[in-house]
Design a protein. Sequence first.
Length: 250
Amino acid sequence: MSPIRTTLRRAGVVAALTTAGVLTAASAAFAHVTVHPESYAKGATDGVLTFRVPNEEDTASTTKVQVFLPTDHPVLGVLVTPQEGWTAQVTTTKLKTPVKTDDGTITEAVSEITWTGGRIRHGQYQDFNVAFGQLPDDTDQLSFKTLQTYSDGNVARWIEEAKKGAEEPENPAPVLTLTAEDAETGSDGTSDSASGSASSSSPVPAAASDSTSSSDSTARGLGIAGLVVGVLGLAAAGFALARGRNARSE
């Protein structure tokens, strides 16, 4: 094999492997269980949280989803939206520290919601909508640890909490950021720019689609990076070819 062909082959292999690695990382980012919108104002009332559960297994379906709600900073007035094909079981827990509200003192709150009976197949996802009466106002974020059970018995544990300044963990728990309420915050706790015209229709689709998750942004960035790497690899191959031809002509 000539030196030119060897150089071209090596450049093509490097570009292909690098692009494949980047795109694989991008697809993994989409596989995380996430909560939407990704932020609400502290103390927000009468809103909806959507837990998006994608299926990341090629040969098994998701048959059970367990979402654990924090009880140290409880979410009050939780209601589960009926989901076709799925049965929801809600577990409540007595609070160590009761919460005082305008409607009285709350001593119990939902600590776990389990969905069973349905199936999320490969290449699909399911949105599970949960309405709330009030979010806490004494914390900056809420972590919703989640267990995803597959038909083959495997369990994906989305329970790891990210630390400031550190990389995203391998199995991150869905996290809702709670922001300080300001003049731009709407009555439901989401920003006016986030609600927009979608708020005039059903609140559930707005909550599920208004906010783009950080994992989605990361995945798109990785995908673009992969394409750039591929182009650079082809450019390097072209340069090597031209250089070889010049050397032969000389």
